[in-house]
Ligand binder design. Structure first.
Ligand SMILES: [Zn+2]
Length: 122
């Protein structure tokens, strides 16, 4: 059976083939999509880690606002170069991908209370 796709996530091209669920028309588009995600993820990594581990300084420097400003720039770049096509995985898919690889720890996030040395939920 030939599956009709809604369009390549990267270039928007429509195509027909025998593999249902494909999101990209070719390897080049799949790699471009994933390379952009990796580059943007690297830009966000230090900001996110600082937000979690050095919260007071991160707050004083307005890191959350900077992270939001960075995301807005990515959104604007996407709309200018690839309008109407998302450049990230939907939330459920992103979680499913992490769970499939075993990279997503299961359970509550715990932090150490410096005053008592005990652990509590973050
Ligand atoms: Zn494509």
């Amino acid at each position: 059976m030939i599956a009709r796709h809604i369009g390549c996530l990267e270039c928007g091209k429509l195509w027909n083939d025998r593999k249902a669920g494909r999101q990209f028309c070719c390897t080049t588009c799949r790699m471009a999509f994933n390379n952009r995600r990796m580059k943007r993820g690297a830009e966000l990594y230090d900001l996110f880690r600082a937000m979690r581990r050095e919260r007071d300084q991160a707050k004083a420097l307005g890191l959350w606002s900077e992270m939001c400003r960075l995301e807005l720039r990515w959104h604007q770049e996407d709309e200018a170069t690839r309008p109407g096509r998302r450049s990230y995985m939907p939330p459920a898919k992103a979680l499913a991908n992490l769970r499939e690889t075993g990279r997503l720890p299961i359970g509550d996030v715990l932090v150490r209370d410096n005053a008592t040395g005990s652990r509590r939920r973050a």
